[in-house]
Ligand binder design. Structure first.
Ligand SMILES: NC(=O)c1ccc[n+]([C@@H]2O[C@H](COP(=O)([O-])OP(=O)(O)OC[C@H]3O[C@@H](n4cnc5c(N)ncnc54)[C@H](OP(=O)(O)O)[C@@H]3O)[C@@H](O)[C@H]2O)c1
Length: 317
């Protein structure tokens, strides 16, 4: 049973998802939260993670720590995306199991599903076909994490569960144009074009792929839901269940940032998977669903971006 004084370790508590989970848990009165920066505790170091668990003895672990990045970063650093993610999650999951921690919430990503799986993507499509090559390194690590949690759950009857978020956006996102995901990268581009009075914005690809986006605080609410409830299955998709074209997304962002001018599409750049929409009926049937509509979430994100423009995170790879 989870109490407000239950000791909860949020791995990656300064990241976009982890910081949102922390804020929301603190606001709900959870008073025994712990977090360590990567400088204080390098999760790639197995012994350091075991020592940390033994010393702190958390009752629950929320794993929001990972090496995260967009197509370009995945393409340029395949070994780091595979190996660092494996190391981080293996140390966290196996360490938690050894320390007899009963509840573990693992965050993966919708890229674990096959490139050409039927849409919307159901949890049971996992491992039914090959992955999108541009991010298979990251996806294979995440699939391993899902399977590690599933096997512990099956063999030892512990509450180890995996949540697969769709594309997330919000405060504390990475807005660096080289390594970020599509939504924050576009927001940054349109903002720059607006302040520099550029009449044209050039975006990657054809604009036709369809994507789903979830506001990060809604994702954090899903984590809280998984924390407070004993979910019966090992894997749940977390999203809105609604998608839009990249072109429509660009138009919303252009409107929110107030940029006026043309959007040009650089079709020499890759599009990635044609459509990626999660089937969220499993978590919805249990009682969780999103609450922030896309345009509202983008407005909130843009306000945060403007407030933090001098200090926003840039991932150095
Ligand atoms: N962003 C998305 O659109 C998205 C979508 C689907 C799923 N997810 C999943 O959600 C989770 C969190 O993503 P995010 O967007 O919040 O990422 P993020 O903002 O990049 O944060 C990642 C966190 O991981 C920590 N970390 C990385 N390497 C570490 C290491 N070696 N030792 C200790 N800590 C380390 C970082 O800690 P420091 O800050 O202290 O360095 C950082 O706080 C990931 O599992 C990701 O796969 C994200």
């Amino acid at each position: 049973m989870i109490l407000k004084k239950t000791k909860i370790y949020i791995a990656g508590h300064r990241g976009m998802v982890g910081s949102s989970v922390w804020r929301i848990l603190a606001a709900k009165g959870y008073s025994n939260l712990i977090g360590k920066t990567s400088k204080e505790l390098d999760l790639k170091n197995q012994q350091a993670v075991l020592d940390f668990y033994n010393k702190e003895q958390p009752e629950v672990v929320i794993d929001a720590a990972a090496k995260v990045g967009g197509i370009l970063a995945n393409n340029d650093f395949p070994y780091q995306f595979l190996m660092e993610n494996l190391q981080i999650q293996n140390n966290l999951i196996d360490g938690a199991h050894k320390a007899d921690i009963k509840k573990f919430i693992f965050l993966g990503s919708s890229c674990i599903y096959p490139k050409f799986a039927p849409q919307p993507l159901k949890e049971e499509y996992l491992l039914t076909n090959s992955l999108e090559p541009t991010n298979e390194w990251y996806a294979i690590a995440k699939i391993t994490g899902v399977k590690a949690c599933e096997s512990i759950r099956k063999q030892y009857n512990k509450e180890y569960v995996s949540l697969m978020p769709t594309n997330l956006y919000g405060s504390f996102d990475n807005f660096d144009l080289k390594s970020s995901h599509v939504l924050p990268a576009m927001l940054h581009k349109f903002h720059k074009a607006k302040i520099n009075n550029h009449s044209e914005v050039i975006l990657w690809g054809s604009g036709t792929p369809m994507r789903e986006f979830l506001f990060v605080d809604d994702m954090a609410e899903a984590v809280v839901y998984a924390l407070e409830n004993n979910l019966p299955e090992y894997l749940y998709n977390i999203g809105t269940g609604k998608d839009i074209t990249i072109k429509e997304l660009a138009e919303i962002i252009q409107k929110v940032t107030g940029h006026q001018g043309k959007i040009l599409w650089d079709t020499s750049k890759p599009d990635g998977t044609p459509r990626k929409l999660l089937d969220v009926s499993k978590i919805k049937e249990l009682g969780w669903q999103y609450s922030t509509e896309l345009e509202d979430g983008i407005k909130k994100t843009y306000l945060w971006f403007l407030d933090n423009i001098d200090t926003i995170k840039e991932i150095k790879l």
